[in-house]
Design a binder for this molecule. Structure first.
Ligand code: ATP
Length: 246
């Protein structure tokens, strides 16, 4: 592991105050090495999305710390945090979240336009080539299949050459073959371009593309497995379900 891309320390998030607070994250410690691909799994409501949102600076933790590289997000002003989100972090969501009025190319370069960062043309060409969208750049997202739209979203997430890409159920809306294409692409951006990917998924097959599977339950890390394979992941999740049922 060549350094750490993201680190959270005693990360705690409590929603709501008063009579019924919900502890979504309960003092989570975790580190994600540069150039690694981690799947975050766990039952519904275990805190996966909250971990992603707080680690990415989209939401503030109740306590604890979040570092992107050496930068402590919890000490940053809103303005600085917005700047960091635009340049040092990429996002991919289940619903693609592309802008329908813009072309594929305009969607991809949008983070650069918003941040005012100079475009690294060679890098962008490499990204467009890698996601295989060279002949679709002038199309609108609506003219693309779901898998192609998610590839545009991945290219957009890569545009600023961020330190980490956070993906929340990136294959949740895709059929299994298209999902496999998208996961192969994420694997390639880690292996070939040295990017760091942290991906929330419910799907053991999707998680098997990762180097490591972290499992949350009730806001805590209950397992951290290097390359467990889909069968072992499924068994682990089933054992959590059985425990919850008891
Ligand atoms: N904005 C919010 N206000 C209040 N409670 C919230 C909020 N967001 C999440 N929660 C609660 O925090 C807990 C963790 O939610 P979170 O969405 O992180 O779980 P998850 O593991 O991503 O779930 P899922 O797999 O269903 O998406 C849940 O009990 C949820 O109801």
């Amino acid at each position: 592991m060549v350094g750490t891309a993201v680190r959270v320390e005693k990360l705690t998030k409590v929603y709501g105050v008063g009579s019924a607070p919900v502890t979504a994250l309960d003092s989570v410690d975790a580190a994600f090495g540069r150039g690694t691909f981690t799947a975050v799994m766990g039952p519904s409501g275990s805190g996966k999305s909250t971990l992603l949102q707080t680690a990415a600076g989209l939401d503030r933790p109740s306590s604890g710390q979040v570092f992107i590289g050496d930068t402590d997000l919890t000490r940053m002003s809103e303005t600085k945090l917005t700047e960091l989100r635009r340049t040092r972090v990429g996002f991919v969501f289940q619903a693609f979240n592309l802008i329908g009025a813009l072309t594929v190319e305009e969607n991809i370069v949008l983070p650069l336009r918003l941040s005012g960062a100079p475009a690294d043309r060679a890098w962008l060409a490499q990204v467009v080539d890698r996601v295989g969208l060279g002949d679709r750049l002038r199309h609108r997202p609506a003219a693309l299949s779901g898998g192609q739209q998610q590839r545009v979203a991945i290219a957009r997430a890569l545009a600023t050459r961020p330190e980490v890409i956070f993906c929340d159920e990136p294959t949740g809306a895709l059929d299994s073959r298209t999902a496999a294409d998208v996961l192969t692409l994420l694997r390639a951006v880690v292996d070939e371009q040295g990017q760091t990917v942290v991906m929330v998924t419910h799907d053991p097959v999707a998680a098997s593309y990762a180097d490591r599977v972290m499992v949350l339950a009730d806001g805590r890390v209950v397992a951290d497995m290097p390359q467990p394979g889909a069968a072992r992941i499924a068994e682990h999740l089933a054992s959590l379900d059985r425990r919850a049922a008891r």
